[in-house]
Design a protein around this ligand. Structure first.
Ligand code: HEM
Length: 422
């Protein structure tokens, strides 16, 4: 392909071996062209230090604080949004989801503008959505200059992510603050907005379409909707009494962990709409064994390797009737999370990896699942939602195949109204 050798790895056990390989098949070495093309910076040793910041800020106590922050933001953007209305309205599901999840996620991580600057937030949101729309074209190598409005949009977001503008916002997440210090330490302050734009993009590109599909499946399948509501009500009832005056519904990280039915619905939705590819580059000749075929394949030094995980998600030998949405596919009979999947009697540890595997595993995965659960909880509690045409077959937009979450091909129409008692 384009004068380079690319090996597609579709065999599951070979994928597993490759994902674990740390020295010969590197993930970081495959990134620089993408970072330069899309975000206009050259990867260097700062990236190694930068990725080490994530576990500290997206796990444990920090994750608990993030859940509480996200909760406030989601409810704030819902209550102050134009769909919080007792009259039925018809709107595109994508339009509705973007108006909540995009600003709530931005504010939770990159901080909030003072209320007098809320029109500024609308402008930030518009530019984030435009940039995520442009992302597939940029990553495929289209020069930014030929994409309408792209240069101005990227420059606008660089300004939003400059140290000066970040300092003017409140409640900025620790990962952003430490990223600023890291750039100062390495004398790379001019690269800060560029590296932060790649992070901002990672927080949005998969979360927004995943949120659309989650709400779609929850309202397409009445049984999934019913069991999800029952679980939410049960867990929140058992949870400690609300102490916060800032939010109508209080949800903690502990509550979210108990919601295994929601986990299963989210995973089943991921299984149907995620189409990522995971790249590696061989720094030496490498031999990979495909046990099922009894063959060993050589990957030459500098060859690219691509793990194609969507094939596993849609493999009928692993997931029976893979094209059908089954809300309880990821639940064991006792209601616990189902993690083990088999192919021809053999346990397939890598059968389902929505957040990647090995070295490049998504550092935002716990936050990502939490924000989806929180969106489901708040929308189910605050709104009545109906699909305008529940029987319509919804196709996927293939534009992002290989990049992650696919969008629906059209903006699915919903009817929405605020519940009378909310
Ligand atoms: C449904 C939502 C999400 C999905 C499905 C997802 C999936 C992934 C996957 C598969 C990768 C690895 C890509 C590769 O191997 O090439 C990745 C990387 C990454 N994700 Fe996520 N992600 C999601 C949301 C998030 C969120 C909310 C954040 C931040 C809070 C985040 C931060 C990142 C970062 C920073 C990387 C790059 C890691 C590195 O350079 O080592 N992601 N994500």
């Amino acid at each position: 392909m384009g004068g380079e050798y690319l090996t597609f790895v579709t065999d599951l056990s070979a994928q597993q071996t490759i994902a674990k390989e740390k020295t010969v098949l590197t993930f970081r070495k495959s990134l620089p062209p993408v970072l330069k093309q899309v975000f206009d910076y050259n990867s260097n040793s700062v990236d190694d230090e930068y990725v080490k910041l994530f576990p500290k800020h997206f796990q444990g106590k920090a994750l608990e604080n993030l859940v509480s922050k996200m909760n406030k933001c989601l409810q704030n953007f819902i209550i102050n949004g134009k769909y919080y209305n007792e009259e039925w309205m018809t709107v595109g599901l994508r339009t509705f989801v973007e108006s909540i999840i995009c600003p709530a996620s931005f504010v939770s991580i990159f901080g909030e503008y003072s209320s007098s600057r809320s029109d500024k937030m609308t402008e930030v949101e518009r530019n984030i959505l435009k940039f995520t729309d442009l992302f597939p074209s940029l990553i495929r190598g289209y020069p930014i200059s030929i994409l309408k409005g792209a240069t101005a949009c990227r420059q606008y977001l660089w300004k939003v992510l400059s140290k000066q503008e970040i300092s003017g916002r409140k409640n900025v997440n620790g990962v952003v603050k430490e990223t600023i210090s890291l750039h100062e330490l390495y004398g790379e302050s001019d690269v800060l907005p560029k590296r932060l734009l790649s992070f901002l993009t990672a927080t949005q590109v998969n979360s927004v379409p995943s949120a659309i599909w989650l709400l779609y499946f929850l309202h397409k399948h009445p049984e999934a909707n019913k069991v999800a509501r029952e679980e939410i009500e049960r867990v929140l009832k058992e949870s400690k009494e609300s102490t916060s005056k800032d939010v109508k519904i209080e949800v903690t990280n502990e509550d979210l962990k108990k919601m295994t039915v929601l986990d299963s619905i989210i995973n089943e939705s991921f299984r149907l709409h995620l189409a990522p590819s995971m790249f590696r580059i061989a720094t030496e000749d490498y031999f990979v064994e495909v046990a099922e075929l009894g063959r060993t394949y050589k990957i030459r030094k500098n060859d690219k390797v691509l793990l194609w995980v969507q094939m596993n998600q849609m493999d009928p030998d692993i997931f029976e009737q893979p094209e059908v949405f089954q809300f309880d596919r990821f639940l064991n009979e006792d209601g616990s999370r189902k993690k083990d999947f088999y192919k021809n009697g053999r346990l397939m540890k890598c059968a389902f990896q929505p957040f990647g595997t090995g070295l490049s595993k998504c550092p935002g995965r716990y936050f990502a699942v939490n924000e989806l659960k929180q969106l489901a909880i708040t929308t189910l509690r605050f709104f009545d939602i109906e699909l305008v045409n529940p029987q319509a077959e919804i196709k996927m937009d293939k534009n992002r195949i290989g990049l992650g979450a696919l969008y629906p091909a059209t903006d699915i129409k919903i009817r929405i109204r605020r519940k009378a008692d909310c």
